[in-house]
Design a protein around this ligand. Structure first.
Ligand SMILES: C[S@@+](CC[C@H](N)C(=O)[O-])C[C@H]1O[C@@H](n2cnc3c(N)ncnc32)[C@H](O)[C@@H]1O
Length: 332
């Protein structure tokens, strides 16, 4: 299999046609630019480049391997595609570097890609024994083993409870600390054994693999996923030209909550409720394009199991952000 078809077959883009339909009205002018903040295998980007012939895409990913595979896949589109290795909260700097003051579309398809889950050696999957890494960008930052071997018990319990919604977080955290007193964690199988011991047998029969929630929690912590998203959302909205559109696909309730809140800030009047007339400076600067969060329908679920937990939200920029609500365009 060559690299191009490899990238295409490894990850089926979630709600691709819906994303294209939502973005298309903003991308129909010549010279329109879409930023795909989570390029991954380039599935969404390829769909947009095929469907909308005049669009140029800037694709960001923090994972150098994903970027290389997607760039090979998208090479036939020539200069209509530009790949950038960055964390998506750097979107302002990325666009400054490319001389783009504003863009017409932003897409975010959050979380891990099938490539990352399938590459056993990267340590994202509880089903394969591998080094405890879990970094989306393996060139920088602490690994999952670092987190397990250095966080105190309370912090471990917090990570598992908040990011994994793990009922047995305190028990698992206690067992992690006890286990590492003998030898530091190095392999995913060691963590799976500890989680199995921490989850009561009666509950193990329901709710999927017992280590699923712990692995999700560690991945979110290792990659600082929620903090990056919280910074990225206002920066991405700030990057949009008037008439530009943002589409975000989340796979986890904490992510979706951040997206919902960031879009609601722009779609709600910022005038004090007791004012008789809403000042023009306080009218909404975003219009929501989705009612609540959209989910995958049966056809999508049959086509793509990853779509099971997707929550899609989208908005259109109505006007520049008023000064009193503006956040800096650059990442801190
Ligand atoms: C679900 S995949 C995207 C799949 C892509 N839409 C496709 O159809 O091929 C998410 C990608 O976003 C990347 N990613 C996650 N968080 C990121 C961040 N904060 N900055 C940049 N890239 C990120 C991951 O490395 C992964 O490759």
């Amino acid at each position: 299999m060559n690299e191009q078809s490899d990238a295409g077959s490894r990850h089926v883009p979630v709600l691709l046609q819906r994303c294209i339909d939502l973005l298309a009205p903003a991308l129909d002018a010549p010279g329109a630019v879409l930023v795909d903040c989570t390029l991954g295998m380039g599935g969404h980007t390829e769909g947009v480049l095929r469907a909308l012939e005049h669009v140029r895409v800037v694709g960001i990913d923090r994972d150098p391997q994903a970027l290389a595979l997607a760039s090979a896949r998208l090479a036939p589109f020539g200069d209509r595609f530009t790949g950038v290795h960055a964390v998506y909260d750097e979107i302002g700097d990325v666009l400054d570097g490319l001389g783009l003051p504003a863009v017409q579309g932003v897409l975010m398809d959050l979380g891990v890609s099938s490539l990352q889950l399938d590459e056993a050696e990267r340590g994202f999957a509880y089903a394969h024994d591998a080094p405890l890494d879990m970094r989306m960008d393996p060139t920088t930052g602490p690994t999952a083993a670092d987190v397990l071997n250095t966080y105190d018990e309370r912090d471990l319990a917090r990570v598992l409870r908040v990011y994994g919604e793990e009922r047995f977080a305190p028990r698992i955290a206690r067992l992690i600390v006890r286990r590492r007193e003998h030898a530091p964690f190095t392999r995913t199988s060691e963590l799976v054994d500890v989680v199995r011991a921490g989850v009561p047998a009666a509950t193990r029969r329901t709710g999927g693999h017992p280590a699923k929630r712990t692995f999700q929690a560690l991945r979110i912590e290792v990659n600082g996923e929620l903090a990056a998203l919280e910074r990225a959302l206002p920066a991405a909205i700030e990057a949009l030209a008037v008439g530009g559109r943002i589409v975000v696909e989340s796979y986890q309730s904490l992510e979706d909550r951040l997206v919902k809140r960031a879009l609601a800030v722009g779609a709600t009047s910022s005038a004090p409720p007791d004012l008789p007339v809403e000042p023009a400076t306080h009218t909404p600067y975003l219009r929501l394009l989705t009612r609540g969060a959209e989910e995958a329908d049966e056809a999508e679920l049959a086509r793509n199991p990853r779509s099971q937990s997707v929550r899609l939200r989208a908005a259109e920029r109505l006007r520049p952000t008023p000064d009193h609500l503006r956040t800096p365009r650059r990442a801190a």
